[in-house]
Structures are given as structure tokens and as C-alpha cells.
Design a protein around this ligand. Structure first.
Ligand SMILES: Nc1ncnc2c1ncn2[C@@H]1O[C@H](COP(=O)(O)OP(=O)(O)O)[C@@H](O)[C@H]1O
Ligand SMILES: [Mg+2]
Length: 347
């Protein structure tokens, strides 16, 4: 397939990306393409299928989550985007540029200016202060000292770490260290941020706070975020779209409510069974459509049930508006509570 066919409105497009680990990937590739499973290929050739014919489109300005169990190929997938891994087959186009055709020089520039990465284990430089860690990417890019420290200080404040500029990473908690990692990625001011299980090492409460902050930052900065997680709840909470990966292959791609309400197969049903489904349901999928009298309170059609529930302490129903603020329907307390009751185990 030719890169010309790929819509450049997407931040990231992958087409038929397959990765086989081992010395003779083409033999294994042929077996895989003939329909053999990952375990068959491994048994017959000793080669490991990392990714199996992955095609994805990540829209600009969205949080796109790739979710899957350990070993499903999540890290392999995200590492293709900045070409830390070369595919055995397939195409990868980022912001309209064919990543696989880049020269080493172009690739270096691409990594410094277009895709910043946040790692699970934080990846901070232990002997540098927080501010020097945050400024590091800018230093590599050749930005002068005064300017990079000014930028770094700004992002440190935004992630809530003011006062820690001169601390060393080891003096900080896990959550604080990951805020440094996030600030460092944000300081690069790339359009795309890659996050590989960035919150997985954090305690639940800290993690939840980080998720909230990421959602807020994404909204205000309009970044494209490719976010990897093995946690389905996390995927539902932060993803605009979610791809579910198993054995290196994409099982389903969709909005959170698509996945929860219409799981494509048994593997996905298993995840869904365990979550509070109401979290993912958007107001628009349960509202009454049409014109109603104006009301004091309104919510976006993209709001989620769990977020609007508190409003019903004071209102019997609230208006639902589209992006331009036009009222397109209403949702009642009863509808939301019904949705919650239907989907919350034990309620
Ligand atoms: N460098 C490698 N060499 C051989 N196999 C690998 C390598 N990296 C990953 N794999 C295998 O590829 C599959 C996907 O791994 P990975 O992308 O790390 O999964 P995840 O991030 O979802 O846990 C696994 O079966 C893993 O063992
Ligand atoms: Mg991984």
C-alpha cells in the first residue's frame, strides 16, 4: 500500500504493520499471513509475533488508548511510532511523513521535534535536578540555557511541582517523578506524546489524579496522545478512542461506549464484565433528543454519566448541548440512574 492513500488529517496512521522477532522473519511472516496463530508460528519457527497486521488511525488532538494484557504487543506498537523498532511489514505515517523512509538525520530530528515519549519507569537522569531533567530535551535540541530553564520552570509549575526545581529524582515520590517525566515531554512542545504504561507504576489514588490531570492538559493543549495501558478502567476513563490488542492483533477499535456496549468478541467481553460500564456511557447515548424548554443547567453531549450524576442533586433534568452550545436534547436523573443501575454491579 502506498503512503499517498493515507489521510494526512490523522496524526498517526499504521497500515498492516507486522513485527516478527527472530533471525528469519520472512518465513514466519509467510506462515502468519497464511492464517497461522501467534502460538503456531512460535511452535513451528521459534519466532515471536510482536504485531500482527495492525492498522490504526489516530486523529489529531485525541487521546488514543491501546489496551491489552501483558505481552499483547503494546510496547512493540508504540515503539514503531518513533521507529525504535523496524516493522517486518507495513507502513507508518506520522503527520503526513513516511516514518520508514526517513534517513537517520531526519529520524533524529523527527524524534526531537515531533514525538515525545513518557516511560513507565520515568526514565529520569538521576544526577540531574528536576529542572535540568525537564530542560534536557531542549538542551539536546540546542536551545540556550536561559530559554530552556524558563520553559522548564513553566512546565514544572503546570504539572504542580513548583518548589522541587532543584530536587533530585530520588527525593521525589513515584507520582512526582512521573510528573517530571510528563513535564519533560510537554516541554518539547511536540504535537504528539507517546505514553507507554506511564501511570502503571503509581498507587491508585495518585494514578487517578494523574489521569485527571492528563485529561485536563490534553483538553487545554490539544495534543495527540497515544496512551498504552493494560488497565481497561484507565482506557475507558481517558480514551477518546480505544484499540484492544491481543497476540499482537487489533481486536476492536472504537469509542469507550462502543467497546463497553458492543464488545466485538469474548476476549473483550471479559474486560467489560469487570468494569463499571456507566463510566463510559456518554449522555448523548441515553438522552431524549429534541427541543425542550431552556434550562438552568446544561452539559455537553460528550459528558459521561458519572460526571453528570452530581448535578441531579439540584435538577430533575439538564439540557444537552452540542459543540456550538445549541441545545439538542435533555437527560433526566432517572435516565442516568437507570443507566448506572443497569451497569453497576451490585447496585
Ligand atoms: N526484543 C524482543 N525479542 C523477542 N521477542 C520480543 C521482543 N520484544 C517483545 N517481544 C515479544 O513480543 C510480544 C509483545 O511484547 P510487548 O510489546 O513487550 O508486549 P506488552 O507491552 O503488551 O506487554 C511478546 O510476546 C514479547 O515476548
Ligand atoms: Mg509493554
Amino acid at each position: 500500500m502506498n503512503a499517498i492513500d493515507i489521510d494526512t488529517d490523522f496524526a498517526i496512521a499504521m497500515r498492516g504493520v507486522t513485527k516478527i522477532f527472530g533471525d528469519d522473519p520472512n518465513t514466519a511472516l509467510a506462515l502468519l499471513q497464511a492464517g497461522r496463530s501467534k502460538s503456531d508460528v512460535q511452535a513451528e519457527t521459534g519466532h515471536v509475533v510482536g504485531l500482527d497486521n495492525v492498522s490504526l488511525d489516530v486523529a489529531k488532538g485525541q487521546i488514543f488508548v491501546v489496551m491489552g494484557l501483558s505481552g499483547s504487543g503494546k510496547s512493540t506498537l508504540i515503539r514503531h511510532v518513533n521507529r525504535l523498532i523496524e516493522p517486518t511489514a507495513g507502513e507508518i505515517v506520522v503527520n503526513g511523513a513516511d516514518v520508514l523512509k526517513m534517513s537517520l538525520d531526519q529520524l533524529r530530528t523527527y524524534r526531537r521535534t515531533q514525538v515525545a515519549m513518557v516511560f513507565q519507569k520515568f526514565g529520569l537522569l538521576p544526577h540531574r535536578s528536576v529542572i535540568d531533567n525537564v530542560a534536557y530535551g531542549l538542551e539536546v535540541r540546542g536551545v540556550g540555557k536561559a530559554e530552556r530553564l524558563r520553559e522548564a520552570a513553566k512546565w514544572i509549575e503546570i504539572v504542580g511541582l513548583s518548589g522541587y526545581e532543584q530536587s533530585r529524582p530520588r527525593q521525589l515520590s513515584g507520582g512526582q517523578q512521573q510528573r517530571v517525566g510528563l513535564a519533560r515531554a510537554l516541554a518539547l512542545d511536540t504535537e504528539i506524546i507517546l505514553m507507554d504504561e506511564a501511570f502503571s507504576a503509581l498507587d491508585p489514588l495518585i494514578r487517578s489524579g494523574m489521569q485527571d490531570q492528563l485529561i485536563e492538559l490534553q483538553k487545554s493543549l490539544g495534543k495527540t496522545i497515544l496512551f498504552i495501558t493494560h488497565d481497561f478502567d484507565e482506557a475507558l476513563k481517558i480514551g477518546h478512542r480505544i484499540a484492544v490488542l491481543k497476540d499482537g492483533a487489533v481486536q476492536q477499535v472504537g469509542k469507550p461506549e462502543d467497546i463497553v456496549l458492543r464488545p466485538a468478541n469474548e476476549h473483550i467481553e471479559e474486560f467489560v464484565r469487570d468494569v463499571n460500564k456507566a463510566r463510559a456511557i456518554h449522555v448523548r447515548s441515553i438522552m431524549d433528543k429534541g427541543e425542550f424548554e431552556a434550562c438552568a443547567q446544561s452539559v455537553s453531549r460528550d459528558a459521561r454519566c458519572e460526571d453528570v450524576l452530581p448535578l441531579f442533586a439540584e435538577h430533575q433534568w439538564v439540557g444537552v448541548v452540542d459543540e456550538s452550545g445549541r441545545q439538542i436534547g435533555r437527560v433526566t436523573a432517572k435516565q442516568v440512574i437507570k443507566a448506572l443501575a443497569r451497569y453497576t454491579p451490585g447496585m
